[in-house]
Design a protein around this ligand. Sequence first.
Ligand SMILES: NC(=O)c1ccc[n+]([C@@H]2O[C@H](COP(=O)([O-])OP(=O)(O)OC[C@H]3O[C@@H](n4cnc5c(N)ncnc54)[C@H](OP(=O)(O)O)[C@@H]3O)[C@@H](O)[C@H]2O)c1
Length: 268
Amino acid sequence: MSYYQGKRVLITGAGSGLGALMAEQLGRRGAEVIVTARRRKPAEDVCRRVQAAGGRGHALLLDVGDLDAIPAFRDEVHSRVGPVDILINNAGVVFGGEFEQVDLAQHLNTLQINTLGLIAMSHAFMGDLRDATQGHLVNIASASAYVGLPWGSTYAASKWAVLGFSESLRLELRERGIDNVAVTTVCPSYISTGMFDGVRSPLLSPMLTPDKVVKSILRGVKRGEAMVSEPAIVKSIDLIKGALPLRLWDEVARRSGLSTSMKHWQGK
Ligand SMILES: NC(=O)c1ccc[n+]([C@@H]2O[C@H](COP(=O)([O-])OP(=O)(O)OC[C@H]3O[C@@H](n4cnc5c(N)ncnc54)[C@H](OP(=O)(O)O)[C@@H]3O)[C@@H](O)[C@H]2O)c1
């Protein structure tokens, strides 16, 4: 029997990209998926894909940036579906460009959705995860949680914060003796979902396919891994950065194309 069989999984930002594919793949593995999105049509379309794949699906509207509405949304989930076993905080946005040319509202919105929304969702659903036989919180961060991302500074900031939040909460749960809630942080490099169209992938970090990343996430969650990083080089960034003086690391980042990868961003 699949690990996901009968588990109730809520995914934010599931109307497209990784979220939609995770929903479908979870449906294939027999999960009951709560597909949430800002707009009704994508949520319902993905819900149908979950059902066609053999799972149970529910389509619910959710804007994770609307922090005050999240507790009421949790109540809606409870009354319409029931408590969740697995929360996948996947919703995210990016606004690339020269820092001062991007509206401040867009910079702040990036943190509102990618970081504050993720924290508010984790807070609202932690009771569900603790009550579950095996609860699991899955936070989609990014490889940019480990490195500076010129032309994407607030995106990187939002993901550094997610990594710090996620790792802290994982350790706190362990220290508090809560062993039925796992926390997995996901740190992939660029993926071909459209979000980062136009970027130039750095050396040793080719554009990933959504399929590869989703398989890796579902395998990592099933195994209870604390970190899922793609490609493998992401796991070594801390080690390389820690071993080099900063000016040498800056040079590695420049020569590998990492520092200019976002310069030609034209994604959504
Ligand atoms: N693509 C990459 O290279 C890459 C790399 C590392 C990490 N990630 C992370 O992976 C996650 C999924 O991204 P993706 O690549 O699948 O891109 P995507 O297709 O653009 O997916 C992002 C999803 O988040 C939703 N969303 C945005 N703002 C929201 C809000 N306020 N409330 C609820 N949903 C919202 C979007 O819905 P709308 O259609 O309504 O905007 C969209 O469905 C993100 O957290 C992203 O940062 C992506």
